[in-house]
Design a protein around this ligand. Sequence first.
Ligand code: G1P
Length: 281
Amino acid sequence: MKTIKKCLFPAAGYGTRFLPATKAIPKEMLPVLTKPLLQYGVEEAIEANLETMAIVTGRGKRSIEDHFDISYELEHQIRGTSKENYLTEIRNVINACTFSYTRQVEMKGLGDAILTGETLIGNEPFGVVLADDLCDSENDGVLKQMVKLYEKYKCCIIAVEEIPAKDSNKYGVIAGDTIKDTQYDEGALVRVNDMVEKPEPKDAPSNLAIIGRYILTPDIFDILRETKPGKGGEIQITDALLEMAKIGKVIAYKFDGKRFDCGSVDGFVEATNYFYKKSAR
Ligand code: G1P
């Protein structure tokens, strides 16, 4: 059985909630302190021992490729000065993995973005990180925790967290049966048997919402090819995963750590304050 070496980053969306900031800057490049959201995601994937970062971009996203590359002019300018330190982290990232890119031509939803990434992933299990869900934890990163779980259960893993009932229409919401596993906290693992994309509170099957971390097996691509547009007229990964869940192949995992919704201004400010305080520790 192949281990997980690749991570897919759907990064083609418009980021309309952050206009005008995202008019000329991809939302994935918005910085929390001095680091773009996408770099946090890539660092989380590196920590989980993933080696290839497969990024699905779109028009106007070229700065992503430039960020994960050497800037010779800049290097030359600051060589030998104290400012060189500012580049250490990104240099380490560039040295630790390889990047590959493809473009989603039309914005047809997250499911379509993931299917677009098939050409970069091939026939192996892979991680998916939605960079605007920024995660942090004291011990192992969220993706690393999920890779461990995958090694044990060898099926799709999705990260979930409890949300207030009123927020159900912002997320994919799951339901299922608790898996008993003494290595995990009671209730941390759920064998998913239902999932709905952005239900109204009255239709939500539980208060467990999917956050932007997935481990997917490559059979998801064939299912996505057959998946019809769902919520919002878009091809939803939630709908494709429901097909897998029906045959018992999806586990929802209540991860250990914090998650900030950096796709919203409130979450973004919260993340900024959190990482600022953490950096001052
Ligand atoms: C996507 C998924 C949704 C998931 C969410 C997590 O929605 O479609 O199921 O709960 O990411 O952030 P989006 O936020 O892209 O609308």
